[in-house]
Design a protein around this ligand. Structure first.
Ligand code: NAD
Length: 291
């Protein structure tokens, strides 16, 4: 199965990053989002991120121009049906993802493979809402996509070997490394990472430390490049909460209960960097802790 053209659904931080790396490695990319602002912003964001790579010398100006030439943005989800692979990277809510796949299915070419970038939701359940569960799998990129080396590949119960092989070849063609995970809630990276972040939020909630002391402790004490609260803001607090809810529902184990303070920040619309406020306030020159 040769993948030449890839559709990407969702032009948020992940969809834009996925479109960027695909276009840079020679794939034709068709990107869509229901939000007109996200569609309008996407080419400029990819362009500025490519500029950083040009400045570092890892990408040439010609490669940048060619990549931007291969990226098209459309409001029409149905047009993505004619691509060889569609990667869904919309908001981490099962109803949102299911509705996207159900709208897309009537427009799909018979050979088109489907992938989701979900951080936690059952691949098998999402696949079952399509007409081709054997051509469906999880392709979980990490944030920021142009910089992070890993992609988790997750087979649903019906995923066939040709589909898995084609996805593995795609990941390798992007110069990235695949790790295979089984289809259990949150797979490998987020099964381990997000409960650690949730625990850091409990430490804040219970007054064990301040935002600054918790992040400093984990950076200098555990040698993490970012503190857990800084990382939560980077991932998006809505995404962190959604993943904790999937773990809590999926395992029915109280050790995964989402911290009420995390829920409170999400209720406030303080979702981290993408809304300029989370555990830190990003509206000024330097981030300021909000607690
Ligand atoms: P985001 O909030 O930055 O972007 C989500 C985008 O989806 C928004 O632009 C929104 O308008 C769009 N969208 C919502 N409903 C849509 C629909 N019906 N059709 C088309 N577009 C729609 O979120 P994100 O951080 O880019 O996350 C996207 C996905 O990637 C989620 O499944 C998330 O779990 C996963 N993911 C996130 C990270 C991370 O660190 N943020 C890492 C790996 C995977």
């Amino acid at each position: 199965m040769t993948i030449r053209m890839v559709g990407v659904v969702g032009a948020g931080q992940m969809g834009v990053g996925i479109a960027h790396v695909l276009a840079l490695k020679g794939y034709e990319v068709l990107l869509t989002d229901t939000n007109p602002d996200a569609r309008a912003a996407a080419p400029g964001l990819v362009g500025r991120n490519l500029d950083r790579q040009v400045a570092k010398g890892s990408v040439t100006a010609q490669d940048k121009a060619a990549a931007l030439g291969r990226l098209r943005v459309t409001p029409e989800l149905s047009l993505l049906g004619q691509t060889d692979l569609v990667i869904e990277a919309a908001t981490e809510r099962e109803q949102v993802k299911t509705a996207i796949f159900e709208s897309l299915v009537p427009h799909l070419a018979s050979h088109t493979m489907l992938a989701t970038n979900t951080s936690s939701i059952s691949i098998t359940r999402l696949a079952s809402r399509t007409d081709r569960p054997e051509k469906f799998l999880g392709v979980h990129f990490m944030n920021p996509v142009p910089l992070m080396q890993l992609v988790e590949l997750i087979r649903g119960i019906a995923t066939d070997e040709a589909t898995f092989g084609a996805a593995l070849a795609l990941v390798e063609s992007l110069g990235k490394t695949a790790a295979t995970a089984e289809d259990f809630p949150a797979f490998i990276v987020n099964r381990i990472l997000i409960p650690m972040i949730n625990e850091a939020i409990y430490a804040l909630f219970e007054g064990v430390g301040t935002v600054t002391s918790i992040d400093t402790a984990m950076k200098l004490g555990a040698n993490h490049p970012m503190g857990p609260l800084e990382l939560a803001d980077f991932i998006g607090l809505d995404t962190c909460l959604a993943i904790m809810n999937v773990l809590h529902d999926g395992f029915a184990d109280t050790k995964y209960r989402p911290c009420p303070l995390l829920a409170k920040y999400v209720e406030a619309g303080w979702l981290g960097r993408k809304t300029k406020r989370g555990f830190y306030d990003y509206r000024g020159e330097t981030p300021v802790p909000t607690r």
